[in-house]
Write a protein that binds this ligand. Sequence first.
Ligand SMILES: [Zn+2]
Ligand SMILES: [Zn+2]
Length: 248
Amino acid sequence: MLAILIFFFSHWFLSLFFHSFFLHRFASHKMYTTSKNWEKVFYVTTWLVQGSSFLVPRAYGVMHRMHHVYSDTEKDPHSPHFFKDVYHMMQHTIIIFRGFLTGKNLPDAQFTKEYLPVWDKLDRFGHHILTRLSFGAAYTAFYIYFAPNAWWFLLLPIHFMMGPIQGAVVNWCGHKYGYSNFDNGDHSKNSSPWGILLMGELFQNNHHYAKDDANFAKKWFEFDLTYFVMRGLNAVKIIQLIPVASQK
Ligand SMILES: [Zn+2]
Ligand SMILES: [Zn+2]
C-alpha cells in the first residue's frame, strides 16, 4: 500500500510542479529565463512526469494565453461559466488543443507572438498514441504488482489523465469557488487553503491581476509553493526570475 501511495503522490506533485513551473510560468508567461540546456531538461522532465497525459507546451502556452485575454467570456477555452460540468469543459479544451496540434484550427497570431518552447521530435513522440499507451501500461503494471486489492485500481484513471485533470481542477475551481483580492472583471477566485495543495495554481484571482508576477501569493496568509521552489532555483542560478517591474 505504501508503494502505491508514494507513487500516487509523487506523480501528482511532480506532474503539478512541472505543469505550473514549466508549462504555465515559462511556456505561457515567460516569468524567468534559463539556459537552452536547462530548458531542455525541464521539457523532458515535463514529458516524463506527465507521461500518458503529456500536454504539448506550445499548444498549452497558446491556449493559456487565450484564457487570459478572454477570461470568462465565450472565447475563453475553459471557463466554468459556459459549460454545465467539468467533463464538457475538458472536452471542449481537448478539441482546441488537438486543433492546434494538427494544424486544423490555428491560433490567432497574437497568441504566438511571444516565445513558445518547441521541440518537434519530442512533441511528436510524446503525443504519439503508442507512447501515451506505454505510459498507461507502465502505471497499470505498477498497480498490478503493488496494489493490495482491486479497489486501488480506481486511482488509475487519475494517473492516465493527470495533466488535464489538474488543469481542469484549476480552471473550474479557480474561476468558481473562493474569495477575491482584486476586481479583474472576470470570475477568477483564490481558493485557499486548497491553493496550497495545488502548488499556488488556485490563486487565480491574484494571478489574473498580475499575470507576469511569478509569485501568485499576495496576502500574508497565502503561500505559493511553486514560487518558493523557483526562488531556490533562482538562488542557485538555474533560472533567472524576471522582476515584474522590468516587464512590458
Ligand atoms: Zn484563470
Ligand atoms: Zn496564467
